[in-house]
Design a binder for this molecule. Structure first.
Ligand code: NAG
Ligand code: NAG
Ligand code: NAG
Length: 259
């Protein structure tokens, strides 16, 4: 039975590579994402900002379907975000029969390239999980993310990585390539906590927590400090008014940049 399943999987893989004539991206890595039965997940698929592809799709090896941007269905959405040079794939109501490999694929001049490969496992308990897949912090402030892992992962390498360039921060490592603005502490039992301090606007984007091959994505939004100041000042000056005074905004931006 297992041999048959393996042979079948191999056959499907070969057909897939033949049909697409796929070229692999250098940043391709093998990630395992475990999601609870009935759960949802959003996965980012980055593409080259200087040379945006003509076609972008999510490929399932389970039913060999290609879901192009922009598709919105009850249980699956594939949405392009050209401003961020990525498309996101949201899978909802996940069921056990959806286990298997999935790919982010981009096509330029008819040439498909797999930019990301993911192995999805729908289980009663996830291997790596986060309380919320979306966190936010203010420019200059801090944000912390707690990443939970199951007992089998206690001795695996724990990391916090940025999708875009696949740069990672590792628990217990102090190599010089790491920014001191990210600190990771592992309780050694079932979670590790990532603290990002002195947030910059450029820190906004997709990250993932990982333990060994198991991972889970998190979206970080860094809110501009200027916007907060402007909002508070306008509210103070004109209580009850909803309109934005653009001259006040300009003056504030000016005074902020002077500091
Ligand atoms: C979405 O998933 C649920 C749960 O598996 C299923 O009952 C429903 O039919 C799905 N919807 C579509 C449009 O496939
Ligand atoms: C951010 O974290 C640093 C380091 O732990 C701490 O010194 C600082 O007070 C924190 N800032 C805020 C706004 O919480
Ligand atoms: C590390 O910090 C420097 C500036 O302090 C910044 O330019 C760089 O993008 C940071 N690297 C990462 C991976 O965040």
């Amino acid at each position: 039975m297992a041999a048959y399943a393996n042979a079948k999987l191999f056959y499907i893989s070969v057909v897939f590579w033949l049909i697409l004539g796929v070229e692999c991206y250098s940043g391709l890595s093998n990630h395992v994402l475990t999601i609870m039965t009935g759960g949802s997940v959003t996965i980012p698929c980055h593409y080259d900002e200087k040379n945006p592809p003509q076609k972008k799709y999510w490929f399932s090896e389970i039913d060999t379907s290609k879901i192009y941007t922009d598709t919105i269905e009850e249980n699956l959405s594939v949405i392009d975000h050209p401003d961020q040079s990525l498309f996101t794939v949201t899978m909802r109501n996940l069921q056990n029969n959806q286990n298997g490999p999935y790919y982010c694929v981009v096509e330029t001049e008819g040439q498909p390239t797999v930019t990301y490969e993911l192995h999805l496992k729908v289980r009663s308990a996830p291997d790596v999980s986060v309380v919320s897949s979306s966190v936010s912090g203010h420019e200059g402030g801090n944000v912390s993310v707690q990443c939970f892992y199951s007992s089998g992962y206690q001795n695996e390498l724990k990391q916090w990585c940025r999708y875009k360039d696949q740069s990672c921060y590792t628990v217990g490592r102090t190599d010089t390539s790491q920014n001191s603005s990210v600190q990771i502490s592992d309780d050694g039992r079932n979670s590790f906590t990532v603290l990002m301090t002195g947030l910059r606007l450029s820190d906004s984007g997709w990250f993932f927590c990982s333990a060994g091959e198991a991972m889970n994505p998190v979206y970080l939004t860094v809110i501009e400090a200027e916007q907060v100041t402007v909002h508070l000042t306008v509210t103070e000056a004109e209580p009850g008014s909803v309109t934005t005074d653009t001259s006040t905004e300009k003056e504030l931006r000016f005074s902020l940049s002077q500091n």
